[in-house]
Write a protein that binds this ligand. Sequence first.
Ligand code: NDP
Ligand code: GDP
Length: 351
Amino acid sequence: MSKSALITGVTGQDGAYLCKLLLGKGYKVFGLARRLSTPNLWRLKYFDIVDKIEILDGDLLDQESLATAVKKAKPDEVYNLAAQSFVATSWTQPILTSEIDGLGVVRLLNAVRSFAPHAKFYQASTSEMYGNSHTNGKQDEQTALHPRSPYAIAKLYAHWMTINYRESYDMFNCCGILFNHESPIRGIEFVTRKITDAVARIKLGLQDKLLLGNLDARRDWGFAGDYVEAMWLMLQQDKPEEYVVATGENHSVRDFCSAAFGAVGISDWEKYVGIDKRYIRPAELNILQGIPNKATERLGWKPKVTFKELVQMMVEAELKRLSSNRSHQSLASNLIHDSEQLKKEIKVKNI
Ligand code: NDP
Ligand code: GDP
């Protein structure tokens, strides 16, 4: 019989990639999605998988809806990807972020414990939990945690609650400490997508300038499609544990700009980029660079997409999207022109 999985945050970047992966492995996939005035299905549509999964109503803020979803899905595996995931917003909405990313996880753990106690549980922990702490300049599973944003603090609480439920109730709970991972369907406010979108617009003459914050911040950027495989592998092990998932390299925001502009043949990119204080954070993380040795040795996991390939993939996707929007727009303006013409002809012919 095929396995079933419940994915929270199914409408997000990782949710969409994980759905695609699990469907390919023959899983019955249930996706938890919160009620919005307009459903946010564009990423699932991007992979043409909306009709291949069952969407269940639910919100990490609402205990009852989580219990109902877990009862309905009877999952073998639960992947908790739902979150207010944007670090910058966590300073303007610290309480909401704590409710969703912190307490929300406990609500879900309670629902799983009560209605699917044998399900394997994955919690989306984050390299943000390290803050500026490091071991010889890098981070692994042993590096001390010192979160520096409300987002990271809420995630740290959820991380330890997930471990605590494992130790207290013998649940199969794993936390993946994932470093930044990106793709053409990354949220537009994250720096990588913000840059690739702007680069494509500048190349197509649709935008003049790109305003950013700290160009010196360094991140370990990988490809989301590779990282969801690591999530799945963690739940296929005999023992639940924590794993760092990263490429093992770091690049600055400046490097990312240079690579993205370079991908469209613009070498004098600095003239298109300005600094705007609004994008500087109250507390910054200078360098994140993971050591994924445990994931490589125990899970047999390795990233497949390189930094250069990731940037290229993202820029190409933006160019394709914007060019097709433009041809739709010119088709629409042709249609408007045609209908105006028709109206004129109708007037002339007096019909
Ligand atoms: P996204 O922001 O793309 O997706 C977040 C998802 O959470 C969306 O589906 C969103 O739904 C959903 N969500 C938000 N609030 C609620 C709520 N109250 N109840 C139910 N669902 C909710 O994030 P990613 O896919 O990039 O990340 C997945 C997870 O991994 C997140 O937990 C993130 O914090 C964590 N993470 C991500 C990293 C990265 O680099 N991408 C790195 C490390 C950890 P809606 O469509 O309605 O907004
Ligand atoms: P994060 O690592 O989860 O916070 O991912 P982001 O993509 O939001 O930010 C990565 C780094 O880019 C952080 O150090 C930001 O301070 C830095 N950065 C510089 N300019 C910008 C910007 O305009 N937007 C965002 N989102 N980040 C920026």
